[in-house]
Design a protein around this ligand. Structure first.
Ligand code: XLS
Ligand code: NI
Ligand code: NI
Length: 441
């Protein structure tokens, strides 16, 4: 049996190239030009695009109303590790053909969980050894690893926040194994998304104990990984709900509080998902800005939601104007700290051609590239920045400057206001800002 598989899964599809927006070839990038320098970095460096193992290789389109619709040609072997190797071959073929540099996984995306913990660990070690060789041969790297502590029925009451210590310990063991795998693969980061870390009813919940327990748990995971030489960043991925009614990592502001409350601020940042922001009733750019303000803009899970319904539809990004607003925050913050842009998105249930997976990622990459190009142009060539500084110019000199320097008291404000009389009415000019964005799109 060949160690590095030689089956081609995406037949008839070659490497996706940048051809520019005049090209009619659907299998080419129109805006994502990996080597093009924008604001001092190549697009490849800005974005660090990654493929999500779970959606791309594992998700066959099942929904609560019907089974999967997609028959993937990989993972057909009956032996679970052999099936996992086929899946890895497909994964690396896909990432390489896309011209991306990264992938992301949950432990049991790589290989099916076994009946026992030790058998599962053995399977993971075997597939990790295989992935090491695939990485070596292709140059593709691991952006982040994570563990799926939400699908198995044992986690129905939570993992690190489970009311039963035995389940907490089981989750700890699983995270240890996933950390070992991430470290063995030189993973650049590690993600915690607490799908079941929350509650359904406060009636049967000791919220304080559950939150303190996850604080302890995250510290243990961090200490263990550091003791094993892990140098990367840990990310919390906020999400307000789904599957749990109330999730503890509701949004960026809540998660930053968790990080600070449990003393994790030197090791943890945020992985921000577009659709999760929407579910939390925020915009994506709002969440990016909150993270940037705290110095915790770590990584992005790129997708989009649907404004007509309220769940995580995980569609591929295609809203240029919204992405442009996000890229304004991204550029002004100096980009991501350690992370990249992972397409946590899936093709629709009725998009059943294998090429649809390519079309979806091409569209996602082009949307971010176009947003970046427009945002860069707006920052460099439009009156946007000067309008914004003018709006706050009262803090640049005089009493306003003394105020921001912390030199005034409430009585000083009183005296100043008495002298000034009624403040002048100053327009917020929102429509002008919106028009500028349109003008450059
Ligand atoms: C689910 C999350 C999940 C995380 C990784 O909504 O987005 O996919 O990114 O566990
Ligand atoms: Ni995600
Ligand atoms: Ni999600």
């Amino acid at each position: 049996m060949a160690l590095i598989g030689d089956t081609e899964y995406f037949k008839g599809i070659g490497e996706i190239m940048y051809e520019g927006k005049e090209s009619d070839n659907p299998m080419s990038f129109k805006f994502y030009n990996p080597e093009q320098v924008v604001a001092g970095k190549t697009m490849r460096e800005h974005f660090k695009f990654a493929m999500a193992y779970w959606h791309t290789l594992c998700g066959t389109g099942g929904d609560p109303f019907g089974p999967g619709t997609k028959e993937f040609p990989w993972a057909t072997a009956t032996d679970p590790v052999e099936a996992a190797k086929q899946k890895a071959d497909a994964a690396f073929e896909f990432v390489t053909k896309m011209g991306f540099d990264y992938y992301c996984f949950h432990d049991y995306d790589l290989v099916d969980e076994a009946k026992t913990l030790s058998e599962s660990e053995k399977r993971i070690q075997e597939i990790v050894a295989y992935l090491q060789q695939k990485q070596e041969a292709s140059g593709v790297r691991l952006l982040w690893g994570t563990s799926n502590c939400f699908s198995h029925p044992r986690y129905m009451n939570g993992a690190a926040t489970n009311p039963n210590f035995d389940v907490v310990a089981r989750a700890g063991a699983q995270v240890k194994i996933a950390l070992d795998a991430t470290i063995a693969l030189n993973g650049e980061n590690y993600v915690f998304w607490g799908g079941r870390e929350g509650y359904m009813s406060l009636l049967n919940t000791n919220m304080k104990l559950e939150q303190d327990n996850i604080g302890r748990f995250l510290n243990m995971a961090k200490d263990y990984a550091r003791s094993q030489g892990f140098k990367g960043t840990f990310f919390i991925e906020p999400k307000p709900m789904e599957p749990t009614k109330h999730q503890y990592d509701f949004d960026c502001a809540t998660s930053i509080n968790t990080i600070k409350e449990y003393g994790l601020e030197n090791d943890f940042k945020l992985n921000i998902e577009v659709n999760h922001a929407t579910l939390a009733q925020h915009t994506f750019q709002h969440e990016l800005q909150v993270a940037a303000n705290a110095g915790m803009l770590g990584s992005i899970d790129a997708n989009r939601g649907d404004y007509q319904n309220g769940w995580d539809t995980d569609q591929f990004p295609n809203n240029v104007l919204e992405t442009t607003e996000a890229m304004l925050v991204f550029l002004k913050a100096g980009g991501l700290q350690g992370g990249g842009i992972n397409f946590d998105a899936k093709t629709r249930r009725n998009s059943t051609d294998l090429e649809d997976i390519f079309l979806a990622h091409i569209g996602g990459a082009d949307t971010f590239a176009r947003g970046l190009l427009i945002a860069d142009e707006v920052l460099r060539s439009s009156p946007y920045e000067s309008l914004l500084s003018k709006r706050y110019s009262s803090f640049d000199s005089g009493k306003g400057a003394s105020y921001t320097a912390g030199k005034l008291s409430l009585t000083d404000l009183y005296d100043y206001a008495q002298e000034q009389g009624e403040p002048e009415q100053i327009s917020g000019k929102q429509e002008l800002y919106e028009n500028i964005l349109n003008q450059y799109s």
